[in-house]
Design a protein around this ligand. Structure first.
Ligand code: OGA
Ligand code: NI
Length: 336
């Protein structure tokens, strides 16, 4: 029935044992994730642009994450997305059942988080995943889901494209380098909505276990409740993004393409006891059929021989799903 249903049933006096997955709510490092001013990147003076590119490069090398402010996504649309997402999770179980628990590559899939690497532990998270590019899909309820998400996903692609130009430049390449290498034009885009209801014993459960994201770039926004933590220099750093910002991270296929120059960083989600958290992510990647390996331009065969074997994007996603990797990244499976 989903975590939301479980919490709202009112019978939750203790945590069902199948959900127990102790999280670390202590021993956190307080550090600030770098911030990129999108308007300087896209419309600044030449000097501002080159500074913004430097910030991006440094963030990619040292964090694998950065916050993006003053971007081109309208605030109104971010609010509408959160609102329509909330109403999706409010649908009855029967209505959501149309999309429940089908195959990995089904265009629309919803369910409750599940971590099969750790003895089949359930996660404190309900989710909806929708393939929105190259073909756009949308659940038919709520009625306005399609229109709102189509506009949002298109504008998220625009933001991602601009960031990829900055990232390409920061690698010393021309601005369309990654776009062309990864065939972003026909690339895949996945919309993920995550709902983390409050939990009476947050220290006993996990919203999302440690993992890294497949693909090139993930753009994440949230309602006003925090919960994401990034593994940075061996410590978990909680992230508190400013309202209406995007939290952006480079994915496994950016690490593969750049032969490890830009790492895909492990992150996790903890929950809390008083507020529902909702996040909306768009994952941007190459076409599912594309084989991704380290780029010749970024491999220096004498000093930096290729570190990853090439693999079809679709096969990589399958591998990641079948081996929930006990806190590690699926990249370990393709490292040479
Ligand atoms: C993800 C993810 C973080 C969050 O969807 O891969 O890491 O805060 N989400 O929901
Ligand atoms: Ni993630």
């Amino acid at each position: 029935m989903g975590i939301k249903g479980l919490v709202e049933s009112g019978y939750l006096n203790s945590i069902p044992p199948e959900f127990v997955f102790p999280s670390n709510l202590n021993d956190l490092e307080v550090e600030e994730v770098p911030t990129v001013d999108f308007s300087q990147l896209t419309a600044g003076t030449p000097d501002e642009r080159s500074k913004a590119i430097q910030v991006i490069g440094k963030a990619c090398r040292e964090w694998g994450f950065f916050m993006v402010i003053n971007h081109s996504m309208p605030r109104r649309l971010m609010d509408e997305m959160l609102n329509v997402g909330e109403r999706f999770f409010d649908l009855t179980e029967e209505e959501k059942q149309d999309h429940a628990g089908k195959e990995l590559f089904d265009p629309i899939r919803c369910g409750t988080g599940f971590n099969n690497g750790l003895g089949n532990v359930f996660l404190w998270r309900d989710y909806l995943k929708v393939h929105v590019h190259p073909r756009f899909h949308a659940p038919h309820k709520p009625a306005d889901f399609r229109e709102t998400s189509e506009e949002y996903c298109k504008k998220a692609r625009d933001v991602a494209e601009e960031l990829l130009k900055g990232i390409s430049k920061s690698l010393g390449q021309e601005e369309n380098y990654i776009h062309n290498k990864m065939d972003i034009e026909s690339g895949s885009q996945l919309l993920v909505m995550n709902l983390y209801p409050p939990c009476p014993r947050p220290e006993l459960v996990m919203g999302m276990p440690p993992h890294s994201d497949h693909g090139i770039l993930t753009l994440l926004m949230q309602n006003d409740v925090c919960g994401l933590q990034i593994l940075h220099n061996g410590k978990w750093v909680p992230v508190n993004p400013p309202p209406y910002s995007f939290l952006v991270n480079t994915g496994d296929h950016m690490e593969i393409l750049t032969n490890g120059r830009y790492e895909s960083v492990v992150h996790q989600v903890v929950v809390n006891s008083n507020a529902t958290r909702m996040t909306i992510a768009t994952g941007h990647g190459p076409p599912l059929g594309a084989i991704i390996s380290p780029a010749a331009e970024l491999v220096d065969s004498e000093n930096h021989p290729p570190k990853y074997q090439g693999m079809k994007y679709r096969d990589y996603i399958e591998l990641q799903q079948t081996n929930q990797l006990e806190g590690k990244s699926c990249l370990d499976r393709v490292r040479i």
